[in-house]
Design a binder for this molecule. Structure first.
Ligand code: MAN
Length: 353
């Protein structure tokens, strides 16, 4: 697979983003949703900020309080035996290996704009900030589906009762309407198809079943984008491959002659995140036509291997012009990058059933 990484990569880094408060620092500007709006390319960044700590023994956890419309900042001592701080993203109760008590940063969504897709200017203010009880730990990893003149933006909403997926819509990227949670916890990595198929909307989503099952990709349908049903399991993990640990949909599906092309992320059991592809039937997207054996993009460049949480390439949006796929992707939970790939080469590389 030929991958052309932009010379300007990483395109947006935390250093480019001014924190929204003076006592905070930006540690991530990554996993952005992508849209074309008028003559601009919009990158809706997940900006992760944390309170500046002047004591190395203290980890701070920011929590949004909707009743006060303000943040609370909780302090944890690194030597507190009740907690495990080994994953820099989260604060865990000791002994808990998968869940978390608090996040070490608070994420919100902020717009970066570009004409050429390479040089981005970042808005001064957040666009979507946590606003209710289900978002008090932050909003993360947005995807954007344009349907007509409306842009549907959906993202993980994190809170003590779980991480689910919330939906908002906008027509101008200035104001938006909040439609509440569309997939309850635990669910992430939703992508909504850009048009109705046989009279229904479709979405991919990623529940995390507990007593049985694994973090895998499901399909749902809806008459109105708000109410989702007829859930079906679509795509599973593959033992001993790059996508053996967890998978989730990435970019909004691309309509091609051969089918809907979906870029999804797969993590190995040791948390190395790559991007691969799956091809779905145009008229029945619950039918899988082909899938990547090997990743189409994997952490290779320094900025993909090193950072806040290294060895991660994670795309939430791509643009297509003719045969050129411009895949925008978060790197190492830190910054944003873009790579161009050939649509045809991707389609040819898949393994067909
Ligand atoms: C995981 C990671 C984090 C994220 C939390 C909550 O730990 O994806 O980046 O903040 O889940 O969603």
């Amino acid at each position: 697979m030929q991958v052309y990484r932009y010379e300007e990569n990483p395109l947006v880094t935390p250093a480019h983003v001014r924190p929204h408060r003076d006592d905070f620092e930006v540690i991530g500007a990554f996993n952005a949703g992508i849209a074309k709006y008028k003559d601009e390319i919009i990158m809706l960044l997940r900006v992760a900020e944390r309170p500046i700590s002047d004591d190395n023994n203290i980890v701070k956890a920011p929590v949004y309080r909707p009743d006060k419309n303000a943040l609370d900042i909780l302090d944890f001592r690194l030597d507190d035996p009740a907690y495990d701080f080994s994953d820099p993203r989260v604060i865990r109760r000791r002994g808990d290996t998968t869940g978390f008590e608090y996040l070490t940063s608070l994420s919100y969504l902020r717009i970066a704009r570009s004409r050429d897709g390479r040089r981005f200017v970042i808005d001064d203010e957040p666009f979507i900030y946590p606003s209710n009880e289900l978002e008090i730990f932050g909003v993360e990893d947005p995807r954007i589906t344009q349907i007509g003149d409306t842009y549907y933006i959906y993202f993980s909403a994190a809170s003590p009762v779980g991480v689910g997926e919330a939906l908002v819509s906008t027509t101008d990227f200035k104001s938006y309407e909040h439609h509440g949670m569309i997939f309850p916890p635990e669910n992430k990595d939703v992508v909504i198809f850009p048009e109705k198929i046989n009279g229904k909307y479709y979405a991919l989503h990623r529940p995390v079943p507990k007593s049985k099952g694994a973090p895998e990709i499901w399909m749902a349908e809806s008459p109105d984008l708000i109410h989702w049903g007829n859930h079906r399991h679509l795509l599973g993990l593959r033992e001993d491959k790059w996508d053996s640990g967890r998978i989730g949909a990435g970019a909004v599906p691309i309509k091609t002659e051969r089918g809907w092309l979906e870029f999804y992320h797969g993590a190995s059991k040791d948390q190395r995140y790559c991007m691969g592809a799956v091809l779905l039937d145009l008229n029945d997207p619950t039918r899988i036509i082909a899938r990547s054996d090997a990743p189409i993009l994997e952490p290779e460049a320094d900025y993909e291997k090193e950072g806040f949480f290294g060895n991660v390439v994670f795309s939430c949006g791509a643009l297509v012009e003719g045969d050129v796929v411009k895949m925008y992707y978060g790197v190492s939970d830190t910054s944003m990058a873009c790579a161009e790939l050939s649509l045809n080469e991707i389609l040819e590389s898949l393994t067909y059933d």
